[in-house]
Design a protein. Sequence first.
Length: 87
Amino acid sequence: MAIDSVRLLTDSAAQIWRGLSRYSSIEALTASECFDDWIRANRPQTPLDHADEQALRRDYRRLMTLIDEIETLVRSRSQAIRLVITL
């Protein structure tokens, strides 16, 4: 029985993306150099408390890592992003 690594990574990334998608598009997120740049450009209407900001920071970092891993497997960043947003 083979493990579909791309599917496992994509499913995980899609779950994280669903939570972050309320703040910006995936293009804006993946174009950002770091979390601070991304959140500054996409600051939520209501201020974030420290715990919420830390959770967003963690999810941002996890999503970027997963997209990098998917990109390595499919050899295309744009395809990796498409896989994440189509789930």
